[in-house]
Design a protein around this ligand. Sequence first.
Ligand code: NIG
Ligand code: FE
Length: 416
Amino acid sequence: MNRGICVFNIGMLATPEGKGARRGAAQGEIRIRRDAWVAADADGVIRAVGTGEIPEEYSAEGITRIDAGGRLVTPGLIDAHTHLIFGGWREHELALKLKGVAYLDILAQGGGILSTVRNTRAATEEELTEKAALALDRMLQMGTTTCEAKSGYGLAKEEELKQLRAIQALQGRQSVELVPTFLGAHALPEEYKEDREAYLCLLTEEMIPAVAEEHLAEFCDVFCETGVFTVEESRTILEAGQKYGLKSKIHADEIDPLGGSQLAGEIGAVSAEHLICSPDEGIESMAKGGTVAVCLPATSFYLDKSFARARDMISAGVPVAVATDFNPGSCPCLSLQLAMNLACFKYRLTPEEVLTAVTLNAAAAICRADTLGSLEAGKQADLVIWDAENLDFLYYRFGDNLVKTVIKKGKVCVER
Ligand code: NIG
Ligand code: FE
C-alpha cells in the first residue's frame, strides 16, 4: 500500500516560504536546513519538513524512502511563461538574425510569429500535442515540474481553441502540471491586415467568450508592442478577458516601452512579462498594482537585447519571477537552469533571489502560490534532488543539466 514518501539525507534543503509572492529583501530570504527530510502523504501533499532524526510516523512500513545522498533539494522549478504549443521551428531565421535583421522586421515581413502561425494551423491537435509532449519531457528532465502554456499561434477562433485543447489533453497525461493562457492577441493575423478593428471584435466578442465557456484558459495575455497591439487595444482585450473571468497577463516593454507595464499595474494584472526596457513609471505601477514581474533573460540573450532591470524591480518592491519564454522564435530554449544562470549573472540577482524567482514567485505569477513553489507542510510535494551539495553550485556550473531526481506530487518521475 502506498503510504507516501520520505526524502531523507538531504545535505541542504533550500526553499522560500509562504503562500504569496515575496518582494523586496524578502525575495532573497530563503530557509536553509541541513541534514533535512521531507515527508509527503499518499496524495502527494507535504506533511512535514524537518532535520535530524525522522519521526516514526514518516518512516513506517509502506512509506517509500528516498535517500538524497547528502545533496541539495529545492522545490520543483516552475516555468511561468512558455509558448509551448506550436508547429514547426524557425531555424531559417538564424541567418537573418546574424545579418542583423530585427525581430519586429522579420514579423512585419510576414515571418516570425506569422510563419509559426502557418505551421501551427497546418498541424492537427494530435500533432501539436505529441510535439509539446516531447518538449515537456525535456523540461521535466531539467527540473521543471509546472509550466504555464500559451496559445497564440492560431489567431483564429477554432485554431486558438485547437491549441488550448492540446494543452488540456496534455494535462495529466504526462508529469508536468500545466496552466493555460489564451494569447489570441499575439499578432494581427495576415487576413485581418486591413481591418484590425474586426480582429479586435473577434477577440473580445467571440474568442474570449468561447475560451471562457469551455474553461480552456485561466489567463488572457496580449503582446503589447510596436506594430502588434497598442496599449489601448491591450486594455480593451484584457478587460474583456476579465469580464469573462480570465485573469490578466501582458507581454510588455519587450522591444519598445509603450506603456504596457504601467497598464499592468493599473488593471491589476497578475503578471507583466519581458519588461526589458520598462521605465520607472512602469516599475512603480507594477509595485502599486501587486503585479509579478516575469523576467525572461534567455530571450534578452537570444534577441541580443539588454537585460530587464530586475534589481530595480526588487528595490521598488515588485516581486520578480524568472521564466524561459520557450517558443520557436525569440527563445527556442526550455532550460530554466540556463535562465537561472543568466538571471544571476546578467540581472545580478543572488542565488537565493533567483531560487525564489523560479519557485514561489513563479507560482504567484500563475496563481498557484497557495499550493506550489515552496517545501512546507500543506504544499504539494514537487521537488528536485540536484547533483550539487549547495545552492551556489547550481549557478556556478552552467550549461549542464544538474538534475538528479525529480519528484512531482510525491512520485519520482525522473531518476538520472
Ligand atoms: O514572448 N513576444 C512575443 N511572443 C514571443 C515570441 C514568439 C515568437 O517569436 O514566436 C515572446 O518573445
Ligand atoms: Fe512570450
